[in-house]
Design a protein around this ligand. Structure first.
Ligand SMILES: [Zn+2]
Length: 445
């Protein structure tokens, strides 16, 4: 076959003709912020304009500017968002949600009755509630119906449904009968029918289970290193894997560029999985001094999910609640530490990323975690905001795209009435939510 030669002027002409500036209109958004915390951890500024170009931050300028100073072409669109009476921040990031779960007394029977499609449709509702609460990015920390959670993520990315940027782990990696194996207390016929792609025993099976989640399109890997409160099993709250299994999971995930998030309550489990190289500890309830040393030497994040305690507390005290005896025993033990573990870790300088475990509690109430981090975790309001923005982005490995309103990052913007540095609880009622330059909620009008 003869190759056609293309002359240099023709290439130049083609490049100019096809370049986006000529072919497409640019979407500009100008956000007028009365008060702006563009980079959590740095100072709040008055009367600023955040300028977005095609959904990403183009510039942040003094005063309430109009479009005259922008390099605008004829076909471009410009929208001005008046938040001059509001406190404006980057979109929030929740490091631990379950968009396919909601623990009510009915949830276990739901796992039998609902199809993946039912769970995906229900999850679409939870995703929307999460976004409207100001959480523009989330890490989904495990689904027992992984098809549903991938459909939610992909549906959001395609614009078919409304939700936060969602990064998913698929099915958690768990041992047979352990936390994360939801089949263990059903009748055997039902257990066999429920899918268990993430269940493994022995290093070889665990490598395969991790690789299978990655094949199914997981963004990161979640393992249940220790037992858990809500699994109906009287196996305590400690380590459930052997060391070689932990290493197999962490290494095979990291070899394929995936971060590893480890559910862990008991100190033996926390420390073993940190030594194996996990990137985050989910919960971390009974962390000890050795855990703190390991967090600091490995640079791992603590993802403390304090919100998950809130629905548990009344259940523990109510003898008629739906908790089974083993769930109640574990919940009683864990609740005693509610006021201790985050405070201890934070004081020692452990990196903390805000997380809620939404799905254990209700979806869309994620903002409560900011207040818990201040009231029970010993953080200043600014530290809590940083935990739910900058640290969340770093934890996702997306600090170049998310977590602050800086040039080149996504235009994920929330606004509240009042000053969260004076009263952190104002973050529980956001009145404006924008994701990638698109407004999803505006209650300021
Ligand atoms: Zn969870």
């Amino acid at each position: 076959m003869k190759l056609t030669r293309i002359s240099f002027p023709r290439i130049v002409f083609s490049l100019i003709f096809l370049s986006p500036a000529y072919a497409f209109a640019t979407e500009w958004d100008i956000v007028h912020a009365g008060k702006l915390l563009a980079i959590p951890g740095e100072k709040v500024e008055n009367e600023k304009s955040v300028i977005l170009k095609d959904g990403k931050v183009f510039d942040v300028r003094d005063g309430f500017i109009d479009s005259t100073s922008l390099p605008i072409n004829e076909k471009d669109t410009i929208e001005v968002h008046d938040l001059r009476d509001n406190f404006v921040l980057p979109g929030f990031i929740d490091g631990h949600v379950h968009l396919t779960l909601y623990f009510t007394p009915k949830e276990r029977i739901n796992w039998v009755n609902m199809s993946d499609a039912d769970i995906a449709i229900r999850g679409a509702k939870y995703a929307k509630e999460t976004l409207l609460a100001g959480f523009t990015s989330v890490r989904d920390m495990g689904a027992f119906t992984e098809d549903a959670v991938y459909a939610i993520r992909d549906g959001i990315n395609e614009g078919h449904i409304v939700g936060p940027r969602t990064f998913v782990s698929g099915h958690p990696i768990a041992i047979n009968g352990g936390h994360g194996d939801i089949t263990h207390s059903f009748n055997p016929a039902v257990s066999n029918a429920l899918r268990t792609t993430g269940i493994c025993d022995g290093a070889a099976e665990c490598r395969k289970a991790v690789r299978e989640q990655i094949r199914l399109k997981a963004d990161h890997i979640k393992l249940t290193a220790t037992a858990g409160v809500m699994s109906d099993s009287n196996a305590g709250l400690e380590l459930q894997f052997f060391e070689d299994e932990l290493e197999a999971i962490v290494k095979s995930a990291q070899l394929m560029g995936r971060k590893v998030a480890a559910h862990a309550h008991g100190p033996e489990g926390i420390n073993a999985v940190l030594r194996a190289g996990a990137n985050t500890i989910e919960h971390g309830t009974f962390l000890n001094d050795e855990s703190i040393e390991l967090f600091k030497s490995t640079g791992a994040y603590l993802s403390p999910t304090m919100s998950a305690f809130l629905p548990l507390m009344p259940l523990v005290d109510d003898p008629n609640s739906f908790l089974t005896e083993s769930q109640r025993e574990k919940a009683e033990e864990a609740v005693k530490f509610f006021n201790r573990y985050v405070r201890k870790a934070h004081k020692a300088g452990v990196k903390i990323a805000l997380s809620t475990d939404a799905g254990v509690g209700p979806h869309g109430a994620n903002g409560i975690e900011f207040r818990l981090l201040v009231e029970y975790g010993g953080m200043t309001p600014m530290e809590a905001i940083k935990a739910g923005t900058i640290n969340g982005a770093d934890n996702l490995g997306k600090l170049d795209e998310l977590g602050s309103l800086e040039k080149g990052k996504w235009g994920d913007v929330v606004a509240v009435d009042g000053d969260p540095l004076q009263d952190i609880s104002v973050l529980e009622n956001v009145n404006f939510v924008m994701k990638g330059g698109k407004v999803f909620k505006n209650a300021t009008l």
